[in-house]
Design a protein around this ligand. Structure first.
Ligand SMILES: [Mg+2]
Length: 226
């Protein structure tokens, strides 16, 4: 029987982006790619305004609508234009992203104690591409992508889906992630033990009990001793 932070746990769920994978290194490149498309499709927008919006965008927590804010700052709302910019923004992924150090080894050791699931918000194409690129598929028991289910964290439905796959009650499951509003709030709402990975974006703060983790770590490696 395995415990984690004092609770008996059978199923350990993990977020992917900025929990297992560091996505920030590639962010400037993604904004450059987006800016190139904007200069082409909206030549009337001042180049300086695009640079300013990108700079501001980089300061926004990626969990808090970074690209949406960027587009709205520049007044881009036409569906085709939004799609063109989004496509360019994500084109370089998974380039510029890397696994946090030691993640494969950490997952292998955790898997001796728990069944493992990755629960990630995002489109199927993009998230599956990262799963393949970082060779994560066979290292966990289940991978759930919100875009395939039509429901995002923190909606309890996505956590209930994973609990159902594993046949585990919420009280014997934990969820680890870097977003207070998606991961910690979702785990709290669903009754999973919420563990927060405190990254370089501590701005992602919500107020209130549902955003309060049961434990805070800086790297998933710390789960090995928890
Ligand atoms: Mg994340």
């Amino acid at each position: 029987m395995a415990t984690l932070f004092g609770r008996e746990i059978d199923l350990l769920c993990l977020d992917m982006d900025d929990t297992l994978i560091a996505t920030e290194a590639g962010a400037p490149r993604r904004f450059e790619d987006a800016a190139r498309v904007i200069r082409r499709i909206r030549p009337e927008i001042e180049p300086g305004a695009i640079v300013a919006a990108a700079t501001q965008g980089l300061a926004v927590d990626p969990n808090r609508g970074r690209l949406v804010n960027f587009l709205s700052d520049l007044g881009i709302s036409d569906a085709d234009e939004v799609q063109a910019v989004r496509d360019a923004y994500f084109e370089s992924m998974p380039g510029g992203t890397e696994l946090f150090e030691g993640v494969h080894e950490v997952l292998a050791t955790l898997r001796e104690r728990f069944r493992l699931a990755i629960i990630t918000n995002g489109s199927s194409d993009l998230q599956r591409q990262k799963v393949a690129h970082f060779d994560l598929d066979h290292r966990v028991d289940w991978i759930v992508v919100s875009g395939e289910l039509g429901v995002d964290k923190p909606d309890p439905a996505i956590f209930e889906h994973v609990l159902g796959l594993a046949g585990v009650e919420a009280g014997r499951a934990a969820h680890v992630g870097d977003s207070l509003t998606s991961d910690v709030a979702g785990a709290n709402r669903s009754g999973l033990l919420p563990i927060w990975v405190e990254t370089h974006f501590p701005r992602d703060h919500g107020d209130g009990a549902e955003f309060t983790p049961a434990a805070t770590i800086q790297h998933v490696r710390e789960l090995l001793d928890a």
